[in-house]
Design a protein. Sequence first.
Lengths: 301, 287
Amino acid sequence: MTSPAETSSADAVRFEHVGLTLGENRILDDICAHVPRGKFTAIVGPNGAGKTTLTLAVLGQIKYTGKVVFPGLDEAGRRPRFGFVPQRLVFDRNIPMTVMDYLLSGLQCMPLFLGHSKRHVERIMRYLDEVECTRLADHAFGALSGGEIQRVLLAQALLQEPDILILDEPTSGVDFKGGLICCELLRRVREKRGFTQIMISHDLATVTAHADHVICLNHKVFGEGEPRVALTHHVLSETFGLHLGLPDLHGIPKDVRDCPEDCPLRNEHLHLHDHCHVDGAEHGCACGHDHAHGTEAAHAE
Amino acid sequence: MLNELILRIADLTAKLFPLDCMELEFMRRAMLGLLLIAPLAALSGVQVVNSRMSFFSDAIGHSAFAGVALGMILSLPPEFTMPGLALLIGLLIMYLRRGSRLSTDTVIGIIFSAVVAFGLAIVSRNREASRGINMFLYGDILTIGDNEIALLAVLLIAFLAFQFFAWNRMLHISVNEQIAGVHRIRVPVYQYLFAGLLSLVVILCVRAVGVLLVTAILIVPAATARNFARNSRQLFFLSLAFSYVSCAGGLLISAQEWANVPAGAAIVLLACAMFAVSFVAARLRSK
């Protein structure tokens, strides 16, 4: 476990002996961990481990002991801007409003009954485009599916131009491919905008494939670091209270798992996966790029 | 001076409704009062329905008895004690709702019972006040006074100003308070302001339709508008339209010899009839 002293200002968030007790239950017990700036940090742990509570501490929505430090911002005397996507949005689906109405209601000062501001509409459309759901702009918000609502909420969170984006199990209830697309989409947007991403997840395979940093939490921190290093047999057993095998990467499409960082078509793999030919252990054909020789091969669609 | 001003405006209002019954001065005043009440009820009704606060407005309406009782104890006119107590109770409910682990329904239920019991206990000891209780139960818009009309006008200005700045944010909060808070909307400020204004709106609407029907005058036009509206703008204007039609139409119907019903009952019956039509229309449209 990393002690507060060992972390640097390259961190976006530092937890310094954070604790929280509700009644007789110790929800968070002396949490010391860090979240690297501009990276994807996953918080993993079983149900009731305090994952959501820890993110609420980051958001300042709950009282706790200890400190949650935002290096760089605390010194400048300002709180970070947060984007937040909850696990599930429970709301009155019969409220007459479009997706555009809902997104504008958090941005526009002029009341919606007087019309939509062109400037804000254009900005919202850009963000809806980033999460690939511009077609939903004029749909009734209450008529969207769970996955569509998550995308709209992601667009809304990104509209805050956050320093830190917090997602509470955004892929729960979404099928495997949907989860992968969500992670890839988030990576693309994160790299473009440079925010820090904190995501609660149950899915160790997804975490191992996509996260840069992982915090294993079960009321205490049992381990943190780069997923392939931190998610050891011992840490997983202690965190989940079971003897768990290491995350099985076989569930992840090979083109995503093995694709090198420098592959120019890396972002396209999820879409090409069904059509591409993966050539045994050699990566290269899934993206039409010959990595061994640095030349682009014809795409075998 | 206030009396003259109100009479002039009431005369102008009467020209909108060229009917025999509008020749009577008390009808003109009542119509003016209702035309001020209609937008207050419509717009607060939209947010009451969106935020599921109809029980809240019911509790505030029932605090009218306690307001009268408080006036008796303090020897103050009920025109002051009723809105004062309603405001206090509205803010107290919001405080307990935000700060307590009890459910909103439970918090409101406790306060609701306390204020009704207090009001009945004091009012029932005074025979004269007991007779006047009917006015609060059923409403009596035909006897509305100048001070009440002036108070309604001031409240309408304040309420429209609030809606101008808060309509969008209230919509956002009604979808999810947590997201709104994280995204830098000052949720408690909006909620306390709305609770305070709603309390005043409800207690002044008691004058029009009475304690028993006050929630209906708020929520029925908003619920009717929901059946037709597809977006927030339509919801706003349709709620206003249905509220105006039910308030003005209800008063005019109640004044007809063939109807012979109290204005409050006519207003709410007309509003409910429009809701029934909208409900059928919405069902047919969804098929």
